[in-house]
Design a protein around this ligand. Structure first.
Ligand code: LMR
Length: 331
């Protein structure tokens, strides 16, 4: 069997907790397959570069047969860092602290994504795909993609998969069914405290959630607010924002993009809106997606009842507000 060409994967904030929790899984063959060599591009701000040497040593010491190379780059040389990369996971950013909303970070983190977008356009491979994790990820994604107009819009994703996974765990626990029995679970809108985890279209064991869970007050109340507030709850309990679960969700996003979505299911990511479901175009918003392994589409036919509509309108209004706050960063 001939060995396929290596896939180059760049991770910014590579020495941070999310980066550290991602790299070994990316290198191990778990994400791109046991026969696909991976070259990792580890990117960090200059003061943290030394830590990358230690991570490089640990990657070597795992002796992963799939790890075909490691490139270390500082964020002052982003074009070098993104040279020929096929996947980019943008983690590098300041995390929020207890008591903050993710949108409070927008003027701190937003500017990072202008040069990032430009460098991706200038240097990445023609098939590059980008997953934005750094918060507020929807609007950071919008900023980055706006500075890379030659990179098609369908290559850009912001991470709502963490919310999908959180919502699936809540529904599984409430119904007493395994998490794998939950499907078709969309997250609409912003990765923020206004997001809408859509229990109306979700299923448990192929049946509507609303028929399996009779406590509809819980679905509309505690379920939605628990998912909306889960990131804050983790920060309060841990004294630091989610890391392992965020890394896991970033890698789940990559896998969902490159793997055909089973019929009757969807995966959640925020993408550039095209007007589907009455959501204004030109925002990066969570939508129900399906992939054929190469291309993805917004799944049609999701039922939007009055409750869902009001939730979606609220989170989309917040996205517009965030976009307006960073107008000066959008070319
Ligand atoms: C999360 O959802 O855990 C992350 O986006 C971190 C945060 O600030 O909540």
């Amino acid at each position: 069997m001939t060995t396929p060409a290596p896939i180059r994967v760049a991770v910014t904030g590579a020495a941070g907790q999310i980066g550290y929790a991602s790299l070994f899984r990316l290198a191990s063959g778990q994400i791109f397959g046991a026969h696909r060599p991976v070259i990792l591009h580890l990117i960090e701000v200059p003061p943290v570069m030394a830590a990358l040497d230690g991570i490089h040593m640990e990657l070597d010491d795992c002796a992963f047969p799939t790890l075909a190379g490691v490139v270390k780059c500082d964020s002052d040389h982003l074009e070098e860092a993104f040279r020929d990369v096929n996947f980019v996971i943008l983690v590098g950013s300041i995390p929020r602290k207890q008591g903050m909303e993710r949108s409070d970070l927008i003027r701190i983190n937003g500017p990072i994504f202008t040069n990032t977008g430009k460098a991706i356009q200038a240097a990445a491979a023609k098939d590059v795909r980008v997953v934005v994790v750094g918060n507020p990820c929807n609007t950071n994604c919008l900023i980055a993609m706006s500075h890379a107009p030659d990179v098609p819009r369908d290559r850009w994703f912001a991470m709502t998969r963490l919310d999908q996974n959180r919502a699936a765990a809540q529904l599984a626990q409430k119904s007493g069914r395994p998490v794998a029995s939950v499907s078709n679970l969309a997250i609409w809108g912003n990765h923020s405290s206004t997001q809408y985890p859509d229990f109306v279209n979700a299923k448990i064991d192929e049946k509507p959630v609303t028929s399996v869970i009779s406590d509809h007050a819980w679905l509309k109340g505690d379920f939605v607010s628990t998912v909306q507030q889960r990131g804050a709850a983790v920060i309060k309990a841990r004294g630091a924002s989610s890391a392992a679960s965020a890394a896991n969700a970033a890698l789940d996003t990559v896998k969902s993009i490159i793997t055909p979505t089973p019929a009757g299911d969807c995966f959640s990511a925020a993408v550039y809106s095209d007007g589907s479901y009455g959501i204004e175009s030109g925002l990066v918003t969570g939508l129900p997606l399906s992939s054929d392994g190469r291309n993805w589409r917004v799944l049609p036919g999701f039922q939007i009842d009055d409750f869902s509509r009001s939730q979606i309108d609220k989170t989309v209004a917040e996205l517009k507000q965030e976009r307006d706050t960073v107008r000066d960063l959008l070319p």
